[in-house]
Design a protein around this ligand. Sequence first.
Ligand SMILES: [Zn+2]
Length: 82
Amino acid sequence: YQLRQMVTYKAKLAGSMAIAVDPKHTSQACPLCRHTAKENRDKRRHRFRCQACGYASNDDRIGAMNLCLKGKEYLLEGAGLA
Ligand SMILES: [Zn+2]
């Protein structure tokens, strides 16, 4: 909650806005093909490798990519475009 408050404050200062999204499965879902499985992530080594399409990257980076996708989807739904 405190992090969300700080992010919202900083976003306002920058003339931007913060969107809160559900972080569920954001570290297990492939941002390219959307295949979601806990086997996609090697938590201990901070590695992500999609079992379906083979896309690989750092797991925190994958989490950030998925949060960004969720934010975009939220905006498109709000605009009636999704
Ligand atoms: Zn994939």
